[in-house]
Structure formats: structure tokens, C-alpha cells
Design a protein. Structure first.
Length: 145
């Protein structure tokens, strides 16, 4: 059974879904095109097979991936991200950007496909049509409005 945070916090509640060991890495493998159990397992050196099976089931229950049978004997499934799962792409990119800035060894970089130069993360307000500085962002509790 997964450890659950019992806090009224978006971060804590999101971690209840994707914060256990391997889940984000599994989701990232599916995002980059690895669809089968074998493809995912081969890329995630060190993950026990029973844990991969458990995480895939949990991610399906949480609505982040969907499973589709592509072979019946023996049963083989392919996994794809749902819309909810694809919405984690910004999280993956933010983690990559953080790693570029803070890891001793940088393994991946985010670059603009057209010119191959590094990109930056920006916040944008669609109401004002402006880029917003981080110091001008506040966290709002909708229950306190």
C-alpha cells in the first residue's frame, strides 16, 4: 500500500499519485514512446518486475495511463498516456531544467528544435497577455476567496 499524505495541499495530493519511487520515470518512458512492459523495463535498469507491474496498475487506476491488449496469447499490453498523463510533460521539463541548473552532471538539456539553443521557463497570464515574473506570482487558496 502506498504511503499517503493527509494534507490539504496540491503538492502533497499530487505526490500521493506520482510521488512513489519509479512512477515518474515510468510515465516519462511512456511519454517518450516506450509502450510495452518490456520496453519500459529494459530502459529502467534496476526496477524489479513486480514493482513495475504494480506501478503500471496504480498509474492506470489513477487515470494517468491506459492499457490496451495487443496480443492475446500470451497476453501483452501496450501503455499510452491519457490526457491527464500528458499534462505531466511540463513537470518533466521543469525537472530537466532544474537538473541543468543544479546537477553536477547534466544528462539532458531542453533546447529549441529550430536553433538548438537552450530554452527558459516562463509564466504567462492569459488575462493580461503578459509574461509574469516569479515574484509577482502568489498561491491562492480557492477556499479563502
Amino acid at each position: 500500500m502506498k504511503m499517503q499524505y493527509n494534507l490539504p495541499c496540491n503538492i502533497a495530493q499530487t505526490l500521493n499519485i506520482i510521488g512513489d519511487k519509479w512512477s515518474l520515470l515510468i510515465l516519462h518512458q511512456i511519454l517518450v514512446g516506450r509502450e510495452t512492459y518490456k520496453e519500459i523495463h529494459d530502459e529502467l535498469t534496476g526496477i524489479p518486475t513486480n514493482l513495475l507491474s504494480e506501478r503500471l496498475k496504480s498509474l492506470e487506476i489513477d487515470g494517468l495511463i491506459k492499457r490496451e491488449l495487443y496480443q492475446s496469447h500470451p497476453p501483452r499490453n501496450k501503455y499510452t498516456l491519457t490526457k491527464k498523463g500528458y499534462d505531466l510533460e511540463d513537470v518533466f521539463n521543469s525537472i530537466i531544467l532544474w537538473g541543468e541548473k543544479h546537477l553536477d552532471t547534466c544528462y539532458k538539456k531542453l533546447v529549441h528544435k529550430n536553433c538548438n539553443h537552450s530554452i527558459e521557463h516562463r509564466y504567462y497570464c492569459s488575462n493580461c497577455n503578459k509574461v509574469v515574473k516569479i515574484e509577482d506570482i502568489s498561491v491562492l487558496d480557492p477556499n479563502e476567496q
